[in-house]
Design a protein around this ligand. Structure first.
Ligand SMILES: *Cc1c(COP(=O)(O)O)cnc(C)c1O
Length: 403
């Protein structure tokens, strides 16, 4: 069979693959503790589910405008006003089939062969393949533990070429939880303005912030930067609605129109029922978010403290999102590591460590190499306190054997 060059360049989502592997082991009766999935473990709040049920029962089950129902667009505009102090008109927002689809649409509309897009690492696994699917080239800019996994203005400036079209900012970040402060964004913005770049601000974790941190994005900095920024967001993470598949974009009206054209010739509208449920999510009781964040905060401390007691592992406390992203270079230096490398041969050390943990500790984590950081692994702490305590204990035991 001959396939397109386009699809031959893309590999399957590694996070979904690891979850599938852990589930296969569980199906065989093996008790695996999963830190793989990137989704809240809570049920979708009752009032949101009820809005979906009402939509079904009242016959709101037909095609809608490709870019979403006016009620949802209005709710999104209102959300930006309420939560972000940002003014958009209804023609400056559109609704997509999940935040991932929002990014995919933008990539298809904005980039092509010859375009470069700057992606700070560690990055969300899906950015580079979606940029490549559009024909563009992801330009990876590395950051380190020293800067809390954030890039600096100097790092950004070095990566810019005449072909650079945009920079992706995902704050709070998946996988590191890194969150840019207003001052840090201001510093990056000088490079953005100086080189006429566009910013794609992936704000999907904006509400999952700890220690009273305030959220800020590029569009908040000035009118000029708001014009250059496209904000991506969605209901998946904030409202535990990953399966409903609703994401949205706000920004320049011309771009929004193009996204709606693409969507009208591909998916058509996001599911009508999910759109009605999302109206309720965005306009209803917002304390469901703070309740979830309070649980995440407790688990965050539990997992970070636990991981920091494992030989060779060092974990910063993530200021946002629900992932721990410990540095594992110390594990690769332990006396027993050579044997692990021989047994679990793979091109990357973080993948070897992941295999070791899955097979010998029965713990599923995601190798950092998938996020462009081979010296780390990612653990989602959107799981129960019991799982965290038991999982960390298993890691401590398995890695301890290498010391
Ligand atoms: C989860 C996630 C999204 C969007 O997820 P959807 O389920 O497609 O809405 C977008 N960006 C990042 C960084 C994510 O982790």
């Amino acid at each position: 069979m001959r396939f397109s060059d386009r699809i031959m360049k893309v590999k399957p989502s590694p996070t979904l693959a690891i979850t599938a592997m852990a589930n296969a082991m569980k199906a065989k009766g093996i008790d695996v503790i999963g830190f793989g999935t990137g989704e809240p473990d809570f049920d979708t709040p009752r009032f949101i589910k009820e809005a979906g049920i009402r939509a079904i029962e009242s016959g709101k089950t037909k095609y809608t405008p490709a870019g979403g129902i006016p009620e949802l667009k209005k709710a999104i505009v209102e959300k930006f006003r309420r939560d972000n102090v940002l003014e958009y008109s209804v023609s400056e927002v559109t609704v997509n089939c999940g935040g991932k689809h929002s990014f995919y649409n933008l990539a298809q509309v904005l980039w092509q062969e010859g375009d470069e897009v700057i992606v700070p690492a560690p990055y969300w696994v899906s950015y580079p393949p979606m940029i490549q699917l559009a024909g563009g080239a992801p330009v990876i800019v590395n950051s380190s533990e020293e800067t809390g996994y954030k890039i600096t203005a100097a790092d950004l400036a070095k990566a810019v070429t005449p072909r650079t079209r945009a920079v992706i900012i995902n704050s709070p970040s998946n996988p590191s939880g890194a969150t840019y402060t207003r001052t840090e964004l201001e510093s990056l913005s000088e490079v953005v303005l100086g080189h006429d770049l566009m910013v794609l601000s992936d704000d999907i974790y904006e509400s999952i912030l700890y220690d009273g941190a305030a959220f800020c994005n590029f569009a908040n900095l000035s009118e000029e930067l708001k014009k250059r920024t496209i904000v991506l967001n969605g209901v998946s993470k904030a409202y535990s609605m990953t399966g409903w598949r609703i994401g949205y974009i706000a920004g320049d009206e011309e771009i929004i129109k193009k996204v709606e054209i693409l969507q009208s010739q591909s998916t058509s509208n996001p599911t009508s029922i999910a759109q009605w449920a999302s109206v309720e999510a965005l306009t209803g009781d917002q304390t469901v978010i703070s309740d979830m964040v309070a649980s995440f905060d407790r688990r965050r401390k539990l997992i970070v403290d636990g991981l920091n007691s494992v030989p060779g592992i060092r974990c910063l406390i993530p200021p946002g999102a629900f992932y721990a992203f410990p540095a594992t270079k110390g594990v690769y230096a332990l006396p027993g590591w050579k044997k692990v490398e021989e047994k679990y041969q793979a091109p990357h050390r973080s993948s070897i460590l992941t295999s070791y943990l899955l097979q010998e500790a029965k713990v599923a984590v995601v190798p950092g190499v998938e996020f462009g950081a081979d010296g780390n692994i990612r653990l989602s702490f959107a799981t129960s306190d019991e799982n965290i305590a038991e999982g960390v204990e298993r890691i401590r035991e398995a890695v301890g054997r290498l010391a």
